[in-house]
Write a protein of this length. Sequence first.
Length: 412
Amino acid sequence: MTERLTIVRLGHRGDGVADTSQGAIYTPYTLPGETVEVEPVPGHPDRRHLLRVVTPSGERIPAICAHFGVCGGCAIQHWTLERYREWKRSLVVAALDRAGLNAAVEPLIDAHGEGRRRATFHARRGTKDILEVGFAALRAHTLVPIEACPVLTPALAGAIPAAWAIAETLEGTGKPLDIQMTATDNGLDVDVRGSGTLPAEATARLARLAEKHDLARITRHGELVVRRALPSLRMGRATVILPPGSFLQATMLGEETLARLVTDAARRARSVADLFCGVGPFSLRLAESTRITAVDSDAPALDSLQAAARAAPGLRPVGVLRRDLFRRPLTAPELKAFDAVVFDPPRQGGEAQAAEIAKSKVPLVIAVSCNPTTFARDARLLVEGGYRPGTVIPVDQFKYSAHVELVASFTR
């Protein structure tokens, strides 16, 4: 059964929202002011599937990708840049308002740069028993086969054909694959998940494939299959050898922008704790002027950070501490040694660590987040503990998606 809706606003996921007598109804790929024809989504009474736009918005523009509207990777390519930027900044404003936090939010910084430097391609057999390699459809288990993606950095230009080749090479395993590709300074780094144990013949085929597609390294669930070069990235003065499948900021400009904001905020600090430090994009740059203690639960990431710090010229001391900050956050007494804390948890936030920071006397807290909602929850703990928020700076490295990063400082 089809129906017509009038879209009045955009939700936090980028879906158009229509207000009806049954409540809010969400339809992706629509814009405020549009009249649209939709049909129900089975099992989701508050969601609709877009059939056609009856009356388009004057702010609708052509999408940059032929897969937009089918692939679930991008939520908004069809809105003017100005309105898109306003909406993305509003996600941060709304999260702060819901938490009752009073902080100024600066204009959105565009940190897309050349595009995303990491992507995970899925390989599955489709409904017609044909191998498909691509991205997931929106909120569905179906796959959208792709041959190009305009939001990826040019350094990932060879990633899609390489992913297809890997999928075809491992097709005999009969297992669905996730193929993570990362663009590094020495070529593409590949981690394959889902294949199961590989026979020697398959490993040999992957080695030949790496040579043909100029891949720096292939690992399976982090275990080395073949390495032609050490996948590395420059971070300030340091060069980091990446652990297999390691976390990175989505774009190079995104990492550089977040690191610049963090180092600017911490410029007067003499001793800094970098919590949830990963491979050290903040630590290694901060160490150019101050002492650092880098804390994370990921041992390979800490090893890479420490090796990079030791080899880099002119850095201040960098100590590392392996610690699960969700289960064993640094306590207020332990934080006495620092005059600044950098706090960059995953999407779920770091509530336990924020609570300990709130009890401490650390003069400066610099929070980095990829989730405005969990940031606002953790920030509320800091404010209730006596910290005063400064300006909040939103950063857009996941362009065309509903994800937004931010950096904010808190002072005692």
